[in-house]
Design a protein around this ligand. Sequence first.
Ligand code: MEV
Length: 380
Amino acid sequence: MSKFYELMPGARRQQLGDMELLERLAGPITSETSCLDRMSENVIGAWRLPLGVVPSLVVDGRSHRIAMATEEPSVVAAACRVSRLANACGGITSHADRPVTAAQIMGCASPECARDAVRWIGQNVQMLLETANRCDPALCASGGGAFALEAQILEPAPDWPETFVVAKLFVHTSDAMGANAVNTMAEALQGELSRSLSGYVPGMAILTNDGAGRMVHAHLSIPYAQFGAFAHCEGRDIAVRIARACAFAQRSPERAVTHNKGILNGIIAAALPLGQDTRALSASILHEAHRTGAHKPLTCAELREDSLEFAIHLPLPAGFVGGFKKNPSVAAAFAFDGITSYDELCALLSAIGLIQNLGALWALVTEGIQAGHMRLHVRK
Ligand code: MEV
């Protein structure tokens, strides 16, 4: 008898039984199911989310539509509301740092061997970088590749008596998210270290989701007069309330975590149809929020003479190229959103995070969010 993973989706369903329940859970078997089967493991169908649209958001001078997959109607409604304000203010501007992903190659050694290992790694950086880059000639040809390596010792701690040697490899991932490329390089280096270092016990080799090398910045300047016209009240007053909400999130980690959840509402909804690794995005973004040791908001507000300056700074481990784009629906989402480069992808994801947060704060400091939630609920 074939193993479960070897079966076709329809045959898997037969084996699971209760076809009516499976049809409700995973939809009908269609011509698309075999494509889904190639994308994941033990596939029996698809699980769907509503897809909403922000018809226009101007980012870096270009109008984009944004497809958003979410079950929360107020997420799309708030993004639409703030997109109209943002567009009237001239749109959002953004900047993405050169994307760098790092990997950790970890092993254990006695304190003396650990010191020798760190010295040896330092003396052989060039050879080790060449070893890493041989793993991915295509990445190197596109202008990316491994470019730095540093090693450190983590001293024994009360919970674990061994000394860790950690080599950190830095890779410019070009237009890719780069997880596979970086992990392949890290494992190649682990092999090299295991062969070359005496007393070194290999532990693991894996990228870190610390996105310090993949920061993206987006900014919106809202003249008080424009805000007033949109909010039908005194624009500076509303700007002060929003700036106060950001200050509150700076002081209160309990508020900051909810503030940042609102940012993720927008980013995850926009990233899902684009085939992005939403778990990596969440991990990096939340780690960044906690970088100082306390949870901090990822947006900031500044009150100027005539305007509110609203900005977001966050890491985005996003990918513009990769196998995921063979999925026809992902390729369609890129075309629909009008994303033609890695920078545009980062611009759009950071912009949606920014307007999502602004929309949530705008509602929270005025009528509260329940009124909008309930209006949408009743309409359903
Ligand atoms: C709800 O999904 C998101 C909010 O809680 C975000 C926030 O409080 O800033 C409204």
